[in-house]
Ligand binder design. Structure first.
Ligand SMILES: [Zn+2]
Length: 145
């Protein structure tokens, strides 16, 4: 894993709190990768800067980093496909969720998918929005492979 995540104080400069100017367009409780930036909800951003950052917030950052990597290849094309193609969106989310799950596995953390989740539970944002699309069984398959 990239050294970026080993020390919370060293988040790259492109990782930002969702600016208030964008809160009209972006939901406050969700993270976004809008190349070149990654926007995080304020509480998550603050936590990642703390001494003991929440592991699932680190996984969320891994998720967004995966989107950012894909967007870098062609941000405009990515945006159009993401908006207009359901299958593109699903595939990109699967890649990002998988990256997050692999990160957690690498840390020896297993994801309990049977746990009941509230919508936008910050601890499970790394699964969002796949958790809205896939069943618990499909998610469990992802985690096992
Ligand atoms: Zn995503």
């Amino acid at each position: 894993m990239r050294s970026v995540l080993l020390r919370a104080m060293e988040l790259p400069r492109y990782v930002r709190k969702t600016p208030s100017s964008l809160r009209f367009f972006l939901r406050k409780k969700v993270a976004y990768s809008i190349y070149p930036y990654i926007f995080l909800p304020e509480s998550i951003y603050e936590n990642l800067h703390s001494e003991n950052p929440e592991i699932t917030f680190q996984a969320l950052l891994v998720h967004e980093e995966e989107h950012r990597r894909e967007q870098k290849k062609g941000p405009f094309k990515f945006a159009l496909q993401y908006i207009f193609s359901t299958s593109f969106r699903r595939d990109e989310e699967l890649k990002a969720v998988n990256a997050a799950i692999q990160y957690l596995k690498g840390k020896g953390i297993s994801v309990d998918l049977s746990q009941k989740r509230e919508p936008y539970d910050p601890r499970f944002l790394f699964l969002y929005p796949i958790s809205e699309i896939l069943s618990a069984e499909q998610l469990a398959y992802l985690v096992k492979h």
